[in-house]
Design a binder for this molecule. Structure first.
Ligand code: SAM
Length: 305
């Protein structure tokens, strides 16, 4: 496989989804197709996979890598928030398993002109889908001070958000990753192990791609796409994402009973799913040694009741 991206928690994803022939599966974050390949191998000879990614470059690479599976792999440029629509368009009414491996791929991080990394100087872009939405440069150059500070604080958990944003406003217009990284560095005169721009870059990437809202939107859709007994496996890479996944799974794993005073209109929602693991599955030391980018991954798996 031509893949500069090592699939994270690969064995664990295959174990979680238990793909079988002739099942139907969705990979909502195709990337280079690493997890997709494992699923297609495991559901041979008659299982099918629908693969989605918003990034045309990822899709092109996945097409190349998954070509040997022929018609069993159907790949489309789409967001995972549209997974129900896309699956209905191709005539599927329910699926046996879905994987969402959130965030960005190594290809995206390591391609300087995508603007995700402060280690290369490049235009500040950060969009997963380069045909759509505001770039990070447009965001830092046009958003009001209070909104920018809010983003850095909420999405980056950046304690010096206000100071950084004041410096950004002074330095406008910003066009490159190096300019932004330098501004953040100046807000942190002391030396730290992690580059001080890490949190700011994470925050802007989340905002540019509306990542948290997308995850919130996608989870209920993914559950309704599953047939009973089907599984959803989600890998997240930071605590904000993991909290959304955890809270949604916990909530849906409980029966919902309205308080007694609303008895007349009492609506009970039975639990819609069961948690396969209450604690997140994380990469072992060997995987982290081979692929340090896997270190913050957390996998949660549920089964539709
Ligand atoms: C961590 S990578 C996935 C890697 C993949 N599992 C593999 O094994 O190669 C995440 C991918 O999700 C894509 N992505 C991000 N947001 C998306 C969205 N809303 N819908 C579909 N794909 C998305 C990114 O473009 C990126 O290619």
């Amino acid at each position: 496989m031509n893949t500069p991206h090592k699939p994270v928690l690969y064995k664990e994803i295959i174990h979680a989804l238990q793909p079988k022939s002739p099942g139907h599966y969705i990979d909502g974050t195709l990337g280079a197709g690493g997890h997709a390949r494992g699923i297609l191998e495991a559901c041979a000879p008659d299982g099918h996979l629908l693969g989605l990614d918003v990034d045309v470059q990822a899709l092109a690479l996945a097409r190349e890598n998954l070509a040997p599976f022929g018609q069993r792999a159907q790949l489309t440029q789409a967001s995972y928030i549209s997974l129900l629509d896309v699956m209905h368009e191709i005539g599927w009414d329910a699926v046996d398993g879905i994987v969402l491996d959130l965030g960005l791929s190594s290809m995206q991080l390591d391609t300087p002109e995508r603007g995700f990394s402060f280690t290369h100087d490049a235009p500040l872009d950060m969009r997963f889908n380069r045909d759509f939405g505001l770039t990070a440069a447009q965001l830092v150059n046009t958003w009001p001070e209070a909104d920018l500070a809010d983003i850095l604080f909420k999405y980056g958990e950046e304690p010096r958000a206000k100071r950084i944003v004041r410096a950004i406003i002074k330095a406008r217009p910003l066009t490159t990753t190096a300019q932004l990284a330098e501004i953040v560095k100046r807000a942190y005169p002391e030396h730290s192990r992690v580059h001080p721009a890490t949190r700011t870059f994470q925050a802007l990437r989340i905002a540019v791609n509306d990542e948290l809202a997308s995850v919130e939107d996608a989870l209920p859709k993914a559950i309704s796409a599953l047939r009973s007994g089907g599984r959803l496996a989600v890998i997240s890479f930071h605590s904000l994402e993991d909290r959304i996944v955890k809270d949604f799974f916990r909530e849906q794993a409980k029966d919902l009973i309205n308080p007694p005073y609303e008895q007349i209109y009492k609506v009970e929602r039975k639990a819609t799913l069961k948690e396969i693991n209450r604690k997140p599955i994380t990469p072992d030391e060997e995987e982290i040694k081979e692929n340090p980018r896997a270190r913050s991954a957390k996998l949660r798996v549920v089964e539709k009741l």
